[in-house]
Design a binder for this molecule. Structure first.
Ligand SMILES: [Mg+2]
Length: 389
């Protein structure tokens, strides 16, 4: 089998609003075509215009090649060797960041092809089923342009998630710092008030995580607030500090009353090595597309197992990425939860409309996908409707 072409789709929700701080308002979808008629689909959480350029750009140097030139004519089933050719062949303009994120979408599509060619779900090809069911956490982003609206919308989503049977919920509570939602600028005490209100809305039996999205600059400042959050029994606290301040992460790990999670933006397992060993994070959050694909994500999972850390993958995209994340989780015994943006509890139309997930969800659990490859179906009408490049 040979690769004959790669179609890059830039999708954009017409009602997108940068103040929502949601990367699910656009998408980067790749379709890898082969001479045997099998097609594979992949997605990555990356600026889609940049990712398209990463794949289609020309090159004039052996160490700065065109990804399209590397791929067309290659064997799509030799995934590891092909990933290495892409990684080395783009090292002068890639190695990290957007090029790796774009390669992650291609690698995901290659596994989809391989699964379809061999008649097996992707988790089988990754090493088999190591969990009978996966527990997704409902990832909830509040709306509203003032404190009260923000708090109340989050509590309403949380209550709804409980009614839908979710066993775990993550609340984004970010009203300050570089990622502040809707331009809010509230005190840290008000963050404590929101976390307390969400815990009250959920009751004691549902696991609760909190994401503050890089709100604090150092560990002592973060600790002044999060020491008070012990009573809320959080499963983890996500990205409390800017991702490059690894020594501050380590200090927070040593003193905080809950697990510290990070890693959503990282590319390759090399970046996770630093986050785990120097940053001492408790929960690693690889994003299958961004980290570079399934094989890089698996390396992160293996590194976490060696170090006694937990895996909870990041995923804030359509049902394609959600399904890919589920395949990884089914193969990973120490994957405690996966992130799940519930289509019925979010504003993002691409999440709601583009992809039919490859698994069933019941009583708060995801059951193993059965179809070959990723097992997803893209709605072609929706793809055409929101395609802008
Ligand atoms: Mg996050």
């Amino acid at each position: 089998m040979k690769i004959t072409g790669i179609d890059c789709h830039v999708l954009l929700a017409p009602n997108f609003n940068p103040a929502l701080t949601s990367s699910a308002q656009d998408s980067f979808i790749v379709v890898v075509r082969t001479d045997e008629g099998i097609e594979g689909c992949g997605e990555s959480d990356v600026n889609p215009w940049i990712a398209k350029t990463c794949i289609e750009a020309q090159g004039t140097h052996t160490m700065s090649q065109s990804l399209t030139d590397i791929l067309v004519g290659a064997d799509p089933l030799a995934i590891e060797a092909l990933w290495q050719r892409m990684y080395v062949g783009t090292c002068m303009h890639g190695r990290r960041g957007a090029v790796i994120h774009a390669m992650g979408a291609i690698e995901m599509a290659l596994w989809d092809i391989k699964g379809k060619a061999l008649g097996k779900p992707v988790y089988e090809l990754l090493g088999g089923l190591h969990q009978k069911a996966i527990i997704p956490y409902a990832s909830l982003q509040p709306s509203g342009s003032c404190f009260e609206e923000y708090r109340d919308s989050l509590c309403a989503w949380a209550q709804r998630a409980r009614e839908l049977g979710f066993k775990a919920v993550k609340a984004e509570v970010t009203m300050n710092g570089p990622y502040a939602h809707s331009g809010l600028n509230e005190s840290y005490d008000r963050h404590t008030e929101v976390v307390g209100a969400v815990r009250k809305a959920l009751g004691p039996d549902i696991a609760l995580m909190v994401d503050v999205q890089y709100m604090w600059s150092d560990a002592p400042t973060a600790l002044e607030t999060v020491q008070q959050w012990r009573e809320f029994d959080l499963y983890f606290l996500e990205t409390p500090i800017w991702v490059d301040n690894l020594d501050e992460y380590a200090r927070l790990h040593d003193a905080a009353p809950m697990r510290i999670a990070s890693g959503e933006w990282l590319a390759t397992h090399w970046e996770f090595e630093a986050l785990m060993d120097r940053g001492k994070i408790d929960v690693a959050q690889p994003d299958v597309g961004r980290v570079g694909g399934f094989l890089e994500a698996k390396k992160v999972c293996d590194m976490a197992a060696e170090r006694g850390r937990i895996i909870v993958p990041h995923c804030w995209k359509t049902g394609l990425s959600v399904t890919a994340t589920a395949h990884l989780a089914f193969n990973t015994p120490h994957c405690a939860f996966i992130e799940y943006l519930p289509p019925h509890l979010c504003e993002e139309i691409l999440r709601r409309e583009l992809v039919e997930e490859g698994f069933s969800f019941a009583e708060g659990r995801i059951l193993p996908p059965q179809r070959p490859g990723l097992g997803i179906t893209i709605n072609q009408d929706v793809l055409r409707r929101y395609k802008v490049a």
